[in-house]
Write a protein that binds this ligand. Structure first.
Ligand code: SF4
Length: 392
């Protein structure tokens, strides 16, 4: 096992069987040490830095025909709990994002039965017209499959059109678990894992890069987790279009799975480490404080992660399922610094925008807060003292 760890730490490729053996049995610290060595090797000049981004998830509708069993966010069509945000509301949220120093929008919502390619073209072009400085890093293969079906066009045409309208890159949501058995168990109405990857590959070939994700803890086996990684690595060998891999953990509240299974923090940290070692062709591994907590987020930086996600100005999807962790810019910087790294605000494409190399110059504003607006928080607008600016 140590020779496999040494090979992976030195940049050598490991097989799925070796990855599964390491994931199941390698001592936790040895696994973390090898993953951290792989990270330091990859980022030789900047290994002292860990990055974060300021972004906003704009949840444009919760109406969804896909009814995933782990989801606490959606409302079926015709439900009186369904809502959609209008364009003015969306633009106002973009304006807030700009005002608070955010650089990225994640447009994330349900598979609305009326929203085809035209809906996304209209919204992305309006956002880009008003706020050309915002990067639209949004959607995933599932939304593309859905919008193409609604509009009666190919996925290739759908991708070309929304890219032309302003989409910069895909966030890669909807990967859930890619292998067939666990995917059918939790998202039976979603496209297959192979189809999800095929659509992402089409996007990469059209010049639209993406990140990739994994939902852990809904009853999948260790072997299925490693198979998920193998499927991503194989596509990445052909396209190189996945910028990052982001595992996160299933949240147990308000959904059909009822929290019967959940991933532990140790399973999560082992996944971060094995992803760094196995995905030798994916540059960035992101730790998630939102679903696992801030301490686990800090630890992930010692298990191969080079990025600690975002100050998420708004998030409703996993929050609806019970993700209760909240943070703000000063705390996120503090978390990175006390984990022994120099914090740096990054762009969507991972360039460093601001390196906080002197603590005396750290931002002090307490306005840049995660979940400043969330339908998942009682009373909604959690920070009414924030000045909302008019999009016009
Ligand atoms: S995860 Fe997405 S696609 Fe699935 S039910 Fe929820 S909103 Fe719909």
């Amino acid at each position: 096992m140590q020779s496999v760890l040494d090979r992976a730490a030195a940049g050598g490729r490991i097989t799925p069987d070796e990855a599964l053996e390491l994931y199941r049995r390698a001592p936790l610290h040895a696994l973390g040490q090898a993953a951290d060595a792989a990270r330091r090797r990859r980022y030789a000049d900047t290994s002292h830095i860990a990055t974060y981004i300021i972004e906003r998830n704009i949840n444009y509708t919760n109406v969804c025909v896909t009814a995933c069993k782990f989801c606490a966010f959606y409302a079926p069509p015709k439900s009186d709990k369904g809502w959609s945000r209008d364009l003015d509301d969306i633009l106002r949220r973009c304006a807030e994002t700009v005002e608070l120093g955010g650089t990225q929008i994640m447009f994330q919502g349900g598979h609305h039965p009326d929203y085809g390619v035209e809906y996304y073209e209209k919204h992305f072009s309006a956002i880009k017209k008003e706020f050309p400085q915002l990067v639209i890093h949004s959607l995933g293969a599932s939304e593309v499959e859905h919008m193409a079906r609604i509009s009666g066009v190919s996925v290739e045409e759908a991708i070309r059109r929304i890219h032309a309208a302003g989409l910069d890159s895909f966030a890669g949501a909807g990967a859930e678990l890619l292998p067939e058995r666990p995917r059918k168990a939790i998202a039976p109405l979603k496209e297959s894992g192979e189809r999800w990857l095929e659509i992402m590959e089409t996007a990469h070939n059209l010049g639209v890069e993406s990140t990739s994700t994994m939902l852990m803890g809904t009853g999948e086996t260790n072997a299925e987790r490693i198979e998920h990684l193998r499927m991503i690595r194989d596509v990445q060998d052909r396209t190189g279009g996945f910028r990052a891999f982001i595992p996160y953990t299933y949240q147990p509240e308000n959904n059909h799975l009822k929290g019967q299974t959940q991933a532990t923090i140790f399973e999560y940290l082992r996944m971060i480490a094995i992803a760094r070692l196995f995905l030798d062709n994916v540059a960035h591994i992101q730790g998630s404080w939102l679903t696992t907590g801030k301490e686990a987020g800090q630890l992930s930086l010692h298990y191969g992660a080079d990025d600690l996600g975002s100050v998420m100005l708004e998030e409703n999807v996993v929050s609806s399922a019970g993700a209760k962790h909240r943070s703000n810019l000063t705390e996120l910087i503090h978390l990175i610094r006390t984990a022994g790294r120099v914090p740096a605000q990054r762009a969507t494409t991972y360039e460093h925008l601001v390196v906080h190399d002197d603590p005396a110059n750290d931002p002090v504003s307490d306005h840049v807060v995660s979940h400043l607006s969330s339908t998942a928080i009682d009373g909604a607008a959690a920070h009414p003292e924030l000045k909302l600016i008019d999009a016009s």
